[in-house]
Write a protein that binds this ligand. Structure first.
Ligand SMILES: [Mg+2]
Length: 205
């Protein structure tokens, strides 16, 4: 049976690590001594007066207009080429609300993400050769899981173990955790992978 490989978007294909730190410093929310991970940045900002709304605003900035500065994780180009060589179908399934409020305007987060993919060559024939119809945005985690089922995914790659832990997650789908920063608390039966190369070796070697 040909593989249908479902892939999460945020923090699985898009690497926001450096961008959150940069944007938070430029907004005057943290200084350079705050550690770099998104969780540490979030925790530091939440301690500020009005911290919760400052954190929400920063996310709208990073997932919206500034997403174009976000990095692509290493090894994704070769991974998509191995998919194509294997005859596997790659689909992207993202839990992403459409709009976020930013400075009195509505930012279209899905349009922003699609533009990031365009600029990285996701849809170029000599890039990653994905079809735009292979990108799905869903409003809730439940709808994301339903999409994974409806697409007939044989495998799903996500950075969030909670997605795999949902009782509705289809049992026949092979769960693969992308854990570039290490993997504490990996649920049983969900192998963690530090790199896209390791994921490719698991699926195609
Ligand atoms: Mg994610």
């Amino acid at each position: 049976m040909d593989k249908v490989i479902g892939i999460d978007l945020d923090n699985t294909l898009v690497c926001y690590d450096a961008l959150f730190h940069l944007a938070a410093r430029e907004e005057g929310l943290i200084d350079s001594t705050t550690p770099g991970s998104k969780e540490k940045i979030r925790d530091a900002i939440r301690l500020l007066p009005g911290g919760e709304s400052k954190w929400t605003r920063l996310q709208a900035i990073v997932y919206g207009p500034r997403i174009l500065e976000a990095a692509l994780f290493d090894g994704i180009g070769p991974f998509f080429r191995r998919c194509a060589a294997d005859g596997a179908r790659a689909v992207i399934v993202s839990h992403k609300t459409r709009f976020a409020a930013l400075d009195g305007k509505q930012v279209d987060l899905r349009q922003s993400a699609l533009r990031w993919m365009e600029e990285r060559g996701f849809f170029e024939r000599d890039g990653f050769a994905l079809s735009r119809e292979a990108v799905f945005f869903e409003e809730t985690r439940a709808e994301k899981i339903e999409r994974i089922r409806a697409l007939g995914c044989t495998h799903f790659i996500d950075d969030l173990a909670e997605v795999f832990a949902e009782s509705a997650f289809p049992s026949g789908v092979v769960k693969l955790l992308f854990a570039p920063h290490g993997s504490n608390g990996v649920p049983p039966g969900v192998p963690p992978f530090k790199t896209w190369r390791a994921l490719g070796d698991f699926l195609f070697a």
